[in-house]
Design a protein around this ligand. Structure first.
Ligand SMILES: Cc1ncc(COP(=O)(O)O)c(C=O)c1O
Length: 381
């Protein structure tokens, strides 16, 4: 292992709901316990603590046990898996949904199903690590376009048509980038892909449940140009597990050929049940995501009123760039001392010189959280 400077070392911080932070009083002597507010997790709608979801998972666990005990093609397929796949497909308006134990695995499976050694893959510069691992595993050659830059994407597609006239390229992007908080114009990306006969894979991990019409993600309603989307239940859905959604042909292709789908223990039934309940909840409260988005826009404008560069994007992820590792770690520490849990995100997760605080606006934050954050964040130095 390389000798990492202290500012680059990671530690697996443990944290639990209800945890207290210890604030030093003015004299710096006594520790005063205060609640630690979670401004860091991807539990955007607070569903991981929702009693209905907990009860659904609990009931399934009592009846089915904890684990599936086998892979989907052996003994692991339960009615709850089929039900979740069908309901998700209906909600998203897509023909086929397949469940996976994690989003990382779903992304790996998606890329390997859509690309091989001869496929030109064109990916946004900031795609998630799991997609990069998928590209590597597929053996495909990758070209990268500047983040969310349609003009750059088209330039590469044009070259691709000349260099590989017989190959259909695979374009990969995300609908809400997890470390930036930004979104591409998916409709434009899809139209370009349609025009250049490219296939398009969109990772909707962070958008699902909170962005797009009724929280159905930013690909929803775009009828042409999108080949496959991936989603996870580990974020707004509040549990764990993931899925790929696509048409019948690619769905069948995944089922018949994807090792990442076939050779793994099926999603634990209680998690499938929790995801199904979260889906019901989202259907009953279709404005949850829109309200959260509105709130996040208020946070953005208050932050920029206080001198922070207007944070990009319009979803619940707010990225406050501080530059150096030390500056972001110090700010994280300072905020935590004052009861606000945020995490400093540093290279290699983000590009060199762009260390930042990733702040998550969640729908069940205590009142006056924004005021508290603004007070303790102060002005940008
Ligand atoms: C953009 C993106 N895609 C996929 C994943 C992986 O999802 P999961 O946590 O379900 O493995 C993550 C989670 O870190 C992510 O941020």
């Amino acid at each position: 292992m390389k000798n990492l400077p202290n500012s680059r070392k990671r530690n697996m911080r443990t944290w639990e709901p209800g945890e207290k932070a210890y604030q030093l009083n003015g004299s710096g002597k006594d520790n005063v316990p205060i609640s630690l507010i979670d401004l860091a997790s991807n539990d955007y709608l607070g569903l991981s603590q929702d009693p209905r979801i907990i009860e659904a998972a609990h009931k399934t666990m009592l009846y089915e046990g904890v684990g599936a005990g086998g892979s989907r093609l052996v003994t692991g397929s339960r009615p709850i898996h089929k039900k979740l796949e069908t309901e998700l497909g209906r909600w998203l308006g897509l023909e086929r949904v397949l469940l996976f134990p994690s989003g990382f695995q779903a992304n790996l499976a998606a890329v390997c199903a859509l690309a091989n050694r001869t496929t030109p893959v064109i990916a946004d510069k900031l795609i998630h690590h799991s997609l990069l691992v998928g590209i590597k595993a597929s053996g495909a050659k990758m070209k990268r376009f500047a983040h969310n830059n349609i003009i750059d994407l088209e330039r590469i597609l044009q070259n691709c048509v000349v260099e590989h006239p017989l190959q259909s390229p695979l374009v990969i992007t995300e609908s809400l980038f997890s470390m930036e908080g930004t979104s591409p114009d998916i409709k434009k990306v899809a139209t370009l892909c349609e025009n250049y006969k490219a296939r398009l894979l969109v990772d909707e991990a962070h958008a699902l449940g909170v962005m797009g019409s009724k929280g159905r993600g930013l690909c929803h309603g775009i009828s042409k140009g999108i080949t496959m989307i991936s989603g996870t239940f580990g974020k707004a859905f509040g549990s764990g597990g993931a899925f790929l959604a696509t048409n019948k042909t690619f769905g069948e292709h995944l089922l018949q050929t994807s090792g990442a789908f076939r050779y793994t223990t099926a999603l634990a039934p209680p998690l499938a049940s929790a995801a199904l309940e979260a889906l019901k909840l989202l259907k009953e409260n279709p404005n949850k995501g829109r309200n959260l988005q509105k709130e996040s826009m208020l946070w953005r404008s208050e932050l920029s009123n206080q001198g922070w560069d207007s944070p990009k994007g319009n979803g619940p992820i707010i990225s406050l760039e501080l530059g150096t590792d030390e500056a972001s770690l110090n700010k994280q520490y300072e905020l935590e001392q004052n009861g606000l849990l945020t995490i400093a995100i540093r290279p290699p997760t983000v590009p060199e010189g762009t260390s930042r605080l990733r702040i998550i606006v969640r729908s069940n934050l205590p009142e006056k959280t924004l005021k508290k954050l603004l007070f303790h964040l102060g002005e940008k130095q």
